[in-house]
Design a binder for this molecule. Structure first.
Ligand SMILES: C[S@@+](CC[C@H](N)C(=O)[O-])C[C@H]1O[C@@H](n2cnc3c(N)ncnc32)[C@H](O)[C@@H]1O
Length: 401
């Protein structure tokens, strides 16, 4: 009997680590409130701030000779205005509350989550793997603050084999995006993989890498489009990787997760024919971006393709949009936003060894907003959506055979 029970366990599927968390009715209510508050703060309220700026603040400033052709000029004019201060404090608190709203449910089931992750790491029934490096030095740009107000950031651990930050980041992000229009969870990778299939119909990647993969939710959709690809994800945070590995093994997805700094990875030259990332570069200093892109060049084999989903570069948007994006630099513990966005991605890629004529930076149609559209938008195309509002900004390059 005991032997059978052991065999059953050995052969059983990995339970869904995410389904272990059960918010109470009160917690669920709070989470719904946080989702709605964040949507209001980030989608609806900026429109009211903009109207007030256009109708009142700007004309008054222009009458005094001020020009509003930069994000800094707009910010300077608005920072003492009550409507901007209300918007800014709502946006800050909504962001923080989304992550705080899932902490209790995670804490209650943490030992069970850790058991599931340990089981997945021991057995790898889907054929993936988890490689951690307890000696890996966490760069100061992540260690010095809780990035985008996620309590505990990405890498902190409090108990052996901790997965708490994986759960908080993953479940918190669900609250965070729950009521946002034009997008669905895992949407970024769905959009990118669908576009790659459409734009490069003969491209059949054998081995792919996702930089800053977190728990791999924006890596999994690539396996739907390229079922035979050998998928690798690197991240600095062990709790994210343990959690993501358990999720992938539960889903039967053979993903190889490793704890590495994307600035210097241990894969051999030319190891991958597809390298992707989403929401990664704006969180690291420009120097680290340069290092990571050099690593992409080293790791990409001839004929390979690289695509990164990011925040649109300053020179591609107007002053108001620039101002909107740069809010995070000072208020959301993402101090590299403005400096990253000030770079021309084509130049950054050229510095890393990619040729400008094979490089691109454009907006891809979101599946939710444009289910039938497959081509990237031209910058001057009438009705082109903004990043995050029906479209996603990507930059990338490819190598000749
Ligand atoms: C905003 S998250 C994006 C996560 C995921 N790509 C997504 O689309 O949801 C950025 C991730 O990059 C990771 N990260 C930051 N700096 C890194 C570095 N130097 N090397 C590897 N991962 C890093 C963080 O731990 C975090 O999980």
């Amino acid at each position: 009997m005991a032997a059978n029970a052991t065999d059953d366990r050995k052969n059983s599927a990995i339970p869904d680590i995410e389904a272990l968390a059960h918010p109470t009715l009160d917690e669920r209510g709070r989470q719904r409130f946080c989702s709605a508050l964040r949507r209001f703060a980030i989608q609806d309220m900026p429109e009211a701030v903009r109207r007030d700026f256009e109708q009142r603040v700007k004309p008054a400033g222009e009458a005094r000779g001020t020009q509003f052709d930069t994000a800094r000029a707009i910010e300077h004019a608005l920072e003492d205005e009550p409507i901007y201060q209300l918007y800014s404090s709502l946006r800050y608190n909504a962001q923080e509350m989304c992550f705080l709203s899932v902490q209790d449910e995670v804490e209650r089931v943490l030992p069970d989550m850790i058991d599931v992750a340990r089981d997945a790491a021991e057995r790898n029934p889907a054929g993936g793997s988890l490689r951690l490096d307890p000696e890996l030095e966490i760069p100061r740009y992540l260690d010095a603050l809780d990035v985008h107000l996620t309590p505990g950031c990405f890498h902190n651990e409090w108990v052996a084999d901790d997965v708490a930050q994986g759960a908080v980041v993953s479940l918190g992000a669900r609250v965070f995006t729950a009521s946002m229009s034009h997008r669905s969870w895992g949407g970024a990778a769905r959009v990118m993989s669908r576009w790659i299939r459409h734009a490069y119909p003969d491209f059949q990647p054998q081995r792919m890498l996702d930089l800053g993969t977190s728990s791999g939710k924006n890596l999994l959709p690539y396996l739907e489009v390229f079922p035979d690809v050998e998928a690798h994800g690197v991240d600095i945070g062990a709790p994210l990787l343990r959690y993501g590995h358990a999720l992938a093994e539960h889903q039967g997805a053979p993903i190889h997760f490793s704890q590495q700094n994307a600035e210097a990875m241990d894969f051999p030259d030319g190891h991958f024919d597809m390298i992707v990332s989403s929401f990664f570069f704006h969180e690291i200093p420009v120097k680290a971006t340069r290092n990571a892109l050099r690593e992409c060049r080293r790791l990409l084999r001839p004929g390979g393709l690289m695509v990164h989903l990011e925040l649109p570069a300053t020179h591609l948007v107007d002053a108001w949009e620039d101002f909107f994006w740069n809010w995070d630099t000072e208020h959301n513990n993402e101090p590299f936003y403005t400096a990253f966005r000030a770079q021309d991605p084509i130049e950054l890629m050229a510095e890393a060894g990619f040729t400008a004529d094979r490089s691109f930076a454009h907006i891809l149609p979101d599946l939710g907003a444009y289910p039938d559209r497959r081509d990237a938008f031209a910058w001057d195309e009438p009705g082109r959506p903004r990043h995050g509002k029906g479209g996603w900004y990507v930059f990338g390059s490819s190598l000749a055979e």
